[in-house]
Design a protein around this ligand. Structure first.
Ligand SMILES: *Cc1c(COP(=O)(O)O)cnc(C)c1O
Length: 350
């Protein structure tokens, strides 16, 4: 079979949630952000696993994700929607019992008119200028909104992955100024904010990437393992070239393996010539260009032709690949394509 295998360790995800939960006081609820299909790893498996581990609060990006999640999690879970209440979302929000985080006065008006009495939260902008009401907007409507009893007031940190960045303290101070004394549960921290310490925790935290084994949660257990089957091996003579554009020429006789995954599967083409593929502890360099469906790898270090090699594994995690690709672990995960067989369980062993 030429289908590559993405192994997802659900125990590691729940262990990462517990570890992040342990960073805050028992009175702080730790939610889970599982937008974008749980960062590409599969909300249908990750959501129920987290719920079984004790998570009650979930966050998704759009209402449609919330509808799908409701079917998986049943009536007990609280499902919040970061994008709020958009035109056309009302039936989904009502039907699936979602909690929209209202981002502006338009959304507020829509929500109060179409779904009066339906639970909602408020998102405030404390400086990121992405989502949420501006301080002046909030000042104008806060009294009216608070009468409607929002279940949560939240904001989001722009620089929480840089603990020394002055933006963190600035946003914290703005959040206090906007919300002190309102008597509504508050949330400011995602993964980075959890690690900034108790001043940032408030009543609820909303980690995402840390659950999935990515920075800035350096102590996270690795979650994803990506194993690519070898389709073919061949011997090269010195000087023979490999792949599109002849970008690699064998400096000496070598053995080459062709693996079944490429940039269509989220292995960014900019990785060409950079990462290793692992056979157990033995690294084998990727050579030549990443093709749409194929990779070429120097397996001269192996005595036997392997059945498969790992691109993502403990020796080379999502952040190592992200550094090589000039991106972040979030993008490595969410780019992992639909062609992989996804397997859930304890750490994959070959
Ligand atoms: C994605 C997101 C999160 C989760 O962030 P991580 O860095 O993955 O922990 C939390 N809050 C908001 C508003 C988000 O968009």
């Amino acid at each position: 079979m030429a289908r590559a295998l993405l192994h997802i360790d659900l125990d590691a995800i729940t262990a990462n949630w517990r570890a992040l939960d342990a960073h805050s006081a028992p009175g702080t609820r730790t939610a889970a952000t599982i937008k974008a299909d749980a960062y590409g790893l599969g909300a249908a498996q990750v959501g129920p696993a987290l719920m079984a581990a004790g998570v009650h609060d979930f966050f998704v990006a759009i209402a449609e994700e919330g509808v799908a999640l409701r079917k998986l999690l049943g009536p007990e879970a609280r499902i919040h929607v970061y994008s709020g209440h958009m035109a056309g979302d009302s039936a989904a929000i009502r039907g699936a019992g979602l909690v929209p985080m209202l981002n502006c006065i338009d959304q507020m008006t829509r929500h109060f008119e179409i779904l009066p009495g339906h639970p909602f939260g408020i998102q405030l902008d404390t400086g990121m200028n992405r989502l949420g009401m501006e301080p002046a907007e909030w000042a104008a409507v806060a009294e009216l909104v608070l009468e409607q009893a929002p279940v949560l007031v939240m904001s989001h940190l722009a620089c929480a992955d840089e603990p020394d960045h002055p933006m963190n303290a600035h946003q914290l101070q703005v959040f206090h100024a906007l919300t002190d004394g309102i008597g509504v549960p508050r949330s400011l921290a995602a993964t980075g904010g959890v690690l900034l310490g108790p001043a940032y925790h408030f009543d609820m935290t909303r980690p995402g990437i840390g659950l999935y084994g990515g920075r800035p949660f350096e102590d996270a257990r690795p979650v994803a393992r990506l194993s690519l089957p070898v389709i073919q091996t061949r011997e090269l003579e010195a000087g023979e070239t490999v792949g599109y554009g002849n970008t690699f020429a064998a400096p000496a006789p070598m053995r080459l393996a062709t693996l079944a995954a490429g940039y269509a599967d989220g292995i960014h083409r900019v990785l060409s010539g950079q990462p290793m593929l692992y056979h157990g502890a033995t690294p084998c360099p990727l050579v030549g260009r990443v093709s749409m469906d194929l990779l070429t790898v120097d397996i001269s270090a192996l005595s036997e032709p392997p059945r498969a090699l790992d691109l993502i594994c403990p020796a080379q995690g999502i952040d190592a690949l992200a550094d090589m690709a000039g991106t972040i672990g979030y993008e490595i995960l969410t780019a992992l394509g639909p062609r992989y067989a996804r397997e859930y369980g304890a750490p994959g062993k070959r």
